[in-house]
Design a protein around this ligand. Sequence first.
Ligand code: UGA
Length: 440
Amino acid sequence: MNICVIGTGYVGLVTGTVFAELGNDVICVDNDSSKIESLDRQVMPIYEPGLGELVERNHNEGRLRFSTDAKSAVEFAEIIFICVGTPSSDGGETDLSAVGAVAETIATHMNGYKIIVNKSTVPVGTGDMVKNIIRINCNADHQFDVVSNPEFLREGQAVHDALKPDRIIIGADEKRVAFKLLELYSSLQAPMIITDVYSAEIIKYASNSFLALKISFINAISNICELVGADVGDVANGVGRDPRIGAQFLSAGLGFGGSCFPKDVKSLLHTSGKLGYEFGLLKEVLEINDGRVDRFVALIRRRFPELRGKSFAVLGLSFKPNTDDMRDARSVEIIKALHGEGAVIRAFDPVAMNAAKKLLPPVAFCQNAYEACNGADAMLLITEWREFKLLNLEKIRRTMKSPVIFDGRNMYDPERKRRLGFEYFGLGRKSPNNRPEKGA
Ligand code: UGA
C-alpha cells in the first residue's frame, strides 16, 4: 500500500519504518527540513536501539522516503497517518494545534478518497475535530474516513514493540475502513481489536494512566515499607505473582517521567473534568509521583545535613534506560535541588549527556561512571542503565570520598552493597540505613 506518515518523531519514524519493513511504500513527512535532510543521510534524530539499521535498509531498498513535501505525499498515499506531537499545556489540556494544522494540510492536498489515521495520543473527540477540519478545508468533494489507531510502543524498545505489538486497536466508524487497516497490519501476529473512534481514543489514555497508577501505587506502598522496615521489592514480588495484578510496572523508585505518562495522566484528568467527572484517583497518582523526588532529596539531606561543597556522582540522566530522552527526567529536578544548595555534581549517562547539557545547571560531565564517582561523597543512581548494574563497585568504593549509595531505582541488592562496605539507601528497601523519620 502507499502510505504517508506525517511527523517524524518517535512514533512517526518508527511507524513509517515498520510499515516499509512490512513491504509498503512509505513517505515520511516533516516540516523540519534539517531533520529530513539528516534522515536522508540516515542520521537518526533520536537514540533508539535497532532503528538506524531498519531505516537504512528500507531507505536503500526504496520503500522508505523522507520529504518536506506534504502535497506530493498526500496525493501519493491511500492511507495517511497523523503522528505529530500533542504536548500538554499548563492546565493539563492537550495542545492539538499540530494535529489541527496537519488535518488542514491533508484537506488542501487531497486528490481523491483517503483514510486518515490518528496515531498521535489525542483526547477523546479529536477524531471528530479532524473530520470537521478536513470537511471545512477540502475544496473538492473528496470522500474520506478518519480512524483512531493508537500506538503503544515504549521508547528504548520501540522497534520491537512496533514489530511485535501486544494488540492493535482500530477505531473506525465503518467495518469496511477497519478492514483496510487490518490488511495493512495483517502480517503482524497480534490480536486486533476493532471498535469505534471514541473507544479507541480512550483505550490509549486508560492504558497509560493505568500503568502510571500501578507505579504510584507501589510507590505509596514503598512509603509504608519504609515506615515499618519492610522491603518493597519483596512486597512487589509477592503481589505481582497474582496474574490478575501482574509483575510488570511494580518497580518502586523515583517514579515515572518521560514524554507520555505525566502528560497523558494530566490530559485524562482534564478531559474527564471537562466531561463533568472528577477523576480524583488520577490526581493522587500525580501527587504521589511528584513527591518521589522530594523524598529522595530528603533522604540525601538526612545523611548529609550540610549539602554545600558535597560532591555527588549522578549515574543516569535520561528518563529511563536505552533512550536519550530527557523529557520529564527525574535527574533534572534532583540535580537542580542539590546544586541549588551548593552541592557539586559529577554526572554520567551512556547516551543522554548532550541532550542533558541544555537542561542542567553547571555540572561536570564525566567519561564514565568510575570517573563520576572518583572523590564523590555519594553515588546517586537515577536511571537504571544495565551497565551500572555491572560496575566494579569494589573499585568504585576505593576511589570515593565516602562509600555511600542512594539508589533511586532500587537496582542494587542492599545486603550485597553493605557487605561490599557501602552505606546503602534505597526507596522502601530493607536496609539498616534506610529508616526515614516517621511522617517523612
Ligand atoms: C509509555 C508506555 O509504556 C507505552 O506503552 C506507550 O506507548 C508510551 O508511553 C506512549 O504513550 O507513547 P514510555 O514512556 O516509553 O512508554 O516508557 P515506560 O517504559 O512506560 O516508562 C515510563 C516511566 O515509568 C519511566 O520513567 C520509568 O522509569 C517509570 N517506571 C516504569 C517506573 O517508575 N516503575 C516501573 O515499574 C515501570
